[in-house]
Design a protein around this ligand. Structure first.
Ligand code: MN
Length: 506
């Protein structure tokens, strides 16, 4: 398919403005700068960096972001109030986004202005922005609940005043896709400036409404990373962009291979974790457990994936998860990937053991699989293990820095390492990591099950990754949480090192 003549839609990101209005989310200055840089790397066209009127910190952040010299335009939000606009201009923004309530309910109960006053203020603020030589976006707040005739009157007035782009916000998320399509079509008949939409997800329709607006002719879409924003949030950047690219054959400037990376950064900085079944970026977005699906995916990934969207396109990874639905093919493929060759009988035996664990409600980690495989193949040898722990000592309390000393044999050589940490587990794990020269990073730490009293069994799951990108998950269960953690980490490290050795001799 030729890209020539493809329609292009612009992406206006408001993670730093509406996204920051997510209940409980506040980004310190350094986070805002980091996010702005990431959005620029991702390729958004416009970054709405904040509402400088709101606070001194907000203004400072806006100034710093405007000075970053990003490829994206930096936009500041302002009410139809001169001092708000001046604050944006003082920050050196490329664009000022002025907004005013136009729906009857908001006009009468919040700003208490007549229809004529709203138009007059809008026109004079757009002119004021344009007099200063920067781009101007105008929003009729609560547009989707505004009488259409009045909405058209407001928009044509600001168009005559020289506005560069008009935003149609579904401020309280009440539009349906059909309503949105009809509204945009109607506005398109009356206006020549580009249209932008800002959809909220109160009914889970933000992405659908944004897409319908684009189908009806909107040239720009407002989104946030991970769909953050007021209440149920805004249209989700990844969903909107991938729908446009993969299903609508419409281009954006987004470098989609950074979608997952960007989502993870925002998860970390906002403290809001995405559920595993989140479209496109969620942990399970390209994971397969059922035997029928994994079998299909191994032969040809399109069989049980959208095909028009692959994990590589969005910076994700395909994962085959083993459970009671695990199929023979998935297990064989995983074993082969890690350098194990099994006979048909061995494979059947391994599959049965895994299904057995699955039936008991256990999620089978890669290490469980390899452990089972080695028992079945009879390949398990103590001498293959790189690290043997001889002794672990931890010191903790409210007046000491938690410290751990680990005495071990590493490739037959006796070693002692010590480390401090925020607690005894952290200290012990750091000491173990030092045994292998810090080449292993912990990517996941979970206490999966604790039953009973203070002497209960703690089941620790640890995921690790080495410098070359080899990753492994391992678990251990003990009544001592420090020892369970150490054992899980040592299992994972040993497994990575054995797998690498197997691969090297292949
Ligand atoms: Mn909003």
């Amino acid at each position: 398919m030729s890209d020539i003549g493809k329609r292009i839609v612009k992406i206006f990101d408001t993670t730093l403005r509406d996204g920051e209005q997510t209940p409980g989310v506040s980004f310190p200055l350094e986070y805002k700068i980091q996010i702005a840089k990431q959005l620029d790397k991702l390729g958004v066209d416009i970054i709405e960096a904040g509402f400088p009127m709101a606070s001194k910190g907000e203004m400072e952040a806006m100034k710093r972001i405007a000075r970053l010299d990003l490829d994206a335009d930096v936009c500041g939000l302002a009410r139809v109030v001169k001092s708000d606009v001046e604050k944006c201009l003082d920050c050196g923004v490329d664009m000022v986004h002025v907004f005013v309530s136009t729906s009857e309910i908001q006009r009468e109960h919040t700003i208490r202005k007549s229809k004529e006053e709203v138009i007059d203020l809008s026109v004079s603020m757009v002119e004021f922005v344009k007099d200063h030589g920067v781009k101007c976006m105008f929003s009729a707040m609560d547009a989707t609940r505004t009488e259409v005739d009045y909405l058209k009157a407001v928009y044509t007035s600001v168009e005559s005043a020289g506005v560069d782009i008009i935003n149609v916000p579904d401020t309280v998320g009440v539009a349906t896709p059909t309503f949105m399509r009809e509204l945009i079509r109607e506005l398109k008949k009356n206006l020549n400036v580009p249209l932008d939409v800002h959809c909220h997800n109160d009914f889970g329709l933000a992405t659908a409404n944004s897409i319908m607006a684009v189908e009806a002719g909107a040239e720009e879409v407002q989104v946030t990373v991970n769909g953050l924003g007021e209440r149920a949030g805004n249209a989700n950047l990844a969903e909107v962009v991938m729908t446009l690219h993969a299903l609508e054959n419409i281009e954006t400037s987004i470098r989609t291979e950074y979608l997952v990376e960007t989502s993870r950064l925002i998860e970390r900085l906002s403290g809001i974790k995405m559920p595993p079944n989140t479209p496109i970026v969620g942990d399970n977005a390209f994971s397969h457990e059922s035997g029928i699906h994994t079998h299909g995916v191994i032969i040809k990934s399109d069989t049980f994936e959208p095909g028009v969207m692959t994990p590589e396109m969005v910076g994700h990874r395909r994962r085959l998860v083993l459970g009671k639905h695990a199929g023979k093919h998935a297990i064989e493929k995983l074993l082969r990937d890690y350098g194990y060759t099994v006979t048909e009988e061995q494979l059947i035996e391994i599959v049965e053991r895994i299904k057995d664990l699955g039936d008991k409600g256990k999620k089978v980690t890669d290490v469980d699989l390899f452990t089972i495989a080695e028992v079945v193949i009879g390949d398990l040898s103590e001498k293959e293990k790189v690290i043997h722990i001889n002794e672990v000592t931890v010191l903790t309390g409210n007046r000491v820095t938690p410290t751990a000393v680990v005495n071990a044999e590493v490739q037959g050589k006796r070693m002692v390492e010590s480390a401090t940490g925020v607690g005894p587990v952290d200290a012990a794990l750091k000491a173990v990591q030092r045994l292998v020269g810090g080449e292993i990073r912990i990517t996941e730490f979970r206490i999966e099950a604790i039953t009973g009293g203070s002497d209960a069994l703690a089941e620790v799951v640890i995921g690790v990754e080495d410098n070359e990108g080899y990753s492994m998950t391992a678990r251990a269960a003990r009544d001592d949480i420090v020892m369970a953690s150490v054992e899980a980490l040592v299992n994972a490290i040993n497994r990575i090192l054995v797998v690498k050795r197997k691969r090297a001799v292949q």
